[in-house]
Design a protein around this ligand. Structure first.
Ligand code: HEM
Length: 371
């Protein structure tokens, strides 16, 4: 598909699919031609918090908001989170009984990111199961394509957004009175380009973090377990020099099994992409999962090679919307795997392991992985 029709229109969906590395990169970078505002709703009042958030807006609003929220993800902030993430990873490992059957997704890669987000947003840990439930609803798709399933999903999502809004409103108020070592407190004090974030924008941003940072990071960690146990000879190398090889191995997991397979855009005006004539208003889906396996860009693209350097994969996107949480996702994956390897240096999957992939076109990850 990538070779034969790198850019093609799927008439059934009425959307363009872009598969090759150069075109995917171009679509993600060309903000003048492709908008991130994918909502069909005209009225802001009708839009969900995600449809109004950073990931769905274009410059100049995006530029202003991004420069404000960047302050919550600086290298200095990241350094301060390291011991907190380590504590959470160790705590989860303490709760695992090595003598019993282990499901790495359920017991480790699934709870870890939500505990980290709860911590960095400065919300009580006991709310984490509600967090996970909320974030699951926001990213859920309909059970099938029937109008009834779509209506049910919309109803549940609206209820979820309302609950999240009420919940964060209270938290933001508390942080304004008593600031702490958390993102909300940082954002309440942040100023950039002569502007500050409104309370509504901070709430929307908290909801975005919950949605953008949970399932994605869970899937990166699960996919790393998948790759390391599938290629034990590579895992041996990681064990020999964990500090030196693990960050490179994580980049290769991001390329080889990309947690986010695609992002969409809307064409702002009639434009040409190679030979494809894209019309204003057309939906364009940039398949990063495919671009990351493009032989024109990556030698032996089908090989899991932790020595790949440089590794310019597009798993975190490219351009102005490049993943804000990428440093945090990398930190979480590195600590999770480091701590796991310290406890279980000889771990491998058994002959009767079970592995259940997530059924989704846009997300690549595991629902279950019993070693
Ligand atoms: C944006 C992937 C983890 C927060 C993005 C985009 C991708 C992505 C592909 C670009 C979207 C676009 O171009 O439209 C991932 C992957 C992750 C991950 C693969 C884990 C392995 C996180 C985490 C957080 C986060 C941990 C925060 C806690 C965001 C935000 C944006 C974003 C706020 C929007 C940035 C903007 O529009 O300027 N992510 N993400 N992500 N991500 Fe991540």
């Amino acid at each position: 598909m990538r070779k034969e029709s790198p850019v093609r229109k799927d008439e059934k969906r009425g959307a363009w699919d872009v598969f090759d590395y150069q075109s995917v990169k171009y679509v993600l970078e060309a903000k003048e031609f492709f908008s991130s505002n994918r909502s069909k709703k005209q009225d802001d009042q009708q839009k969900s918090p995600i449809e109004l958030s950073l990931i769905s807006i274009d410059p100049p609003k995006h530029t202003q908001m991004r420069s404000l929220v960047n302050k919550a993800f600086t290298p200095k902030v990241m350094k301060a989170w390291r011991p907190r993430v380590e504590r959470i990873a160790k705590q989860l490992l303490d709760n695992i009984d090595p003598a019993a059957d282990i499901d790495v997704v359920k017991q480790f890669s699934y709870p870890l990111p939500v505990m980290v987000i709860a911590e960095i947003l400065g919300v009580p840990l006991q709310d984490q199961s509600r967090f996970k439930e909320w974030s699951n609803w926001v990213v859920a798709g309909p059970k099938d394509n029937s109008p009834e399933a779509i209506r049910l999903l919309e109803e549940n999502q609206q209820r979820t957004y309302h609950e999240l809004y009420v919940y964060f409103k209270e938290i933001v108020r508390n942080k304004r009175e008593t600031p702490g070592e958390d993102i909300i407190s940082v954002l309440l004090g942040a100023k950039a380009l002569g502007a500050v974030l409104t309370e509504e924008e901070i709430i929307g941003f908290c909801i975005l973090l919950l949605v953008a940072g949970n399932e994605t990071t869970t899937n990166l960690i699960s996919n790393a377990f998948y790759c390391f146990t599938e290629f034990p000879e590579v895992f041996e190398e990681i064990i020999k020099d964990t500090e030196g090889t693990l960050p490179l191995a994580i980049e290769e997991v991001l390329r080889y099994r990309s947690p986010v397979q695609a992002m969409s855009r809307v064409a702002k005006e009639d434009t040409l992409l190679g030979e494809a004539r894209i019309k204003a208003g057309d939906i364009v889906v940039a398949w990063m999962g495919s671009a990351n396996r493009d032989e024109q860009q990556f030698k032996d693209a089908g090989r899991f090679n932790i020595k790949r350097k440089p590794n310019p994969h597009l798993a975190f996107g490219k351009g102005i919307h490049f993943c804000l949480g990428a440093p945090l996702a990398r930190l979480e994956a590195e600590i999770a795997l480091q701590e796991w390897i310290k406890r279980y240096p000889a771990f491998k999957r058994s002959d009767d392991f079970t592995l259940e992939p997530i059924q989704s076109t846009f997300v690549y990850g595991l629902k279950e992985f019993k070693l």
